[in-house]
Design a protein around this ligand. Structure first.
Ligand code: SF4
Length: 341
């Protein structure tokens, strides 16, 4: 590990002031950042420890939704009574991620900033990775790409400085996308709110950037609006083993029912793109439909209509479609009933 300085911030103001130091990074739970520092992928000049800041509350927001402090631990968030009762999709997604030990350490703000687990990104022995070394190419396109993207990727060939087919590894982010979350951030210039749909980004021509957060901004909270999906939602995660594994495909699905008709739906996919993949086309198609296998299949076809697979991950297209049908089928049975299915 390369030497670095360490500072402990005692207020949000002092933290955002300190981040002006060139190459500095905020340290929360450290469950991803420290790993990447050990691998020589992340090389901050200074770590600004923000774990003592007063950002640990979960409270009702002014709109009647939920305001979640950026330093709330993943396990505390997943098990909070208001989250379990009103946002079970988020609770389920959090509990499907990592291991109990990691969830006890990982913070909400840090989870938003998890970096890809692309093998070529985390292993500095590989010289071609536009995310780690801008302009170096993308080894994954012709390499081992089982866990990589099928939607929204940037693919101009393995040598292009723009190419990247990495995926966002978080489960929490998928549920937050489906639930229309907003991220609150602060810097010395002031405060702003970023809709989750605009927080993470597709690789485009700058695959080194995962989010639209500015380097000097600190995440202070995540806000959830009141959700109509609590009674009928499901987070389905498909992975190579049942525990402590990232999603090959995950689905956050919610239905707002009006009798036997779907009034509205939310759908976001994980493990398939550089950001949580929301599908407004599928959601629109489900509004006013009956909760049948045919309706869910039609929505799945729409959600995957632009998908492109590679040698190692083309199976994900069909897997994602089947997972969408399964997640909506379980959601339609009721959030609790789905758990017993
Ligand atoms: Fe790097 Fe992205 Fe290519 Fe992986 S997919 S090697 S992160 S550029």
């Amino acid at each position: 590990m390369i030497p670095f300085d360490y500072e402990r911030a005692d207020s949000t103001q002092s933290a955002v002031k300190s981040i002006g130091t060139r190459g500095a990074k905020f340290l929360g739970g450290g469950t991803n950042l420290i790993d990447l520092m050990k691998l020589n992928v992340e090389r901050p000049s200074t770590l600004i420890d923000v774990t003592r800041l007063e950002l640990t509350r979960i409270e009702t927001s002014t709109s009647g939704g939920l305001l979640i402090g950026a330093l709330v631990r993943n396990s505390d968030l997943a098990n909070h009574p208001q989250v379990v009762a009103n946002f079970p999709l988020l609770s389920q997604a959090l509990l499907s991620g990592a291991s109990p030990q990691l969830r006890n350490m990982a913070t909400t703000g840090g989870n938003l900033l998890q970096r890809t687990r692309c093998y070529y990104f985390t292993d500095t022995a590989f010289p071609a990775c536009n995310k780690r070394i801008p302009g170096s190419g993308c080894a994954a396109i012709l390499g081992f790409n089982r866990i990589h993207a099928i939607l929204g990727q940037s693919d101009e060939g393995p040598r292009s400085p723009h190419s990247c087919i990495a995926t966002n590894p978080s489960d929490m982010n998928v549920a937050l996308a489906a639930l229309d979350a907003t991220v609150h951030v602060e810097s010395v210039s002031g405060k702003r709110n970023i809709p989750l749909s605009k927080f993470h980004r597709l690789p485009g021509t700058t695959p080194n950037l995962d989010t639209n957060l500015k380097p000097d901004e600190l995440i202070t909270a995540i806000e959830l609006p009141p959700s109509p999906f609590a009674k009928n939602s499901w987070y389905l995660k498909v992975r190579d083993r049942q525990s402590y594994a990232f999603a090959l495909v995950s689905v956050a699905a919610g239905l707002e029912m009006d009798g036997s008709t779907i009034k509205s739906a939310c759908l976001a996919l994980g493990g398939v793109a550089h950001k949580p993949w929301r599908s407004p086309e599928a959601e629109k198609a489900l509004a006013g439909a009956r909760p049948t296998r045919e309706s869910f299949l039609h929505a799945a076809d729409l959600a995957l209509s632009g998908a492109k697979g590679y040698a190692g991950n083309a199976f994900k297209i069909q897997l994602a479609k089947q997972s969408i049908v399964r997640a909506f089928t379980l959601a339609a049975r009721g959030t609790t009933a789905g758990a017993e299915a």
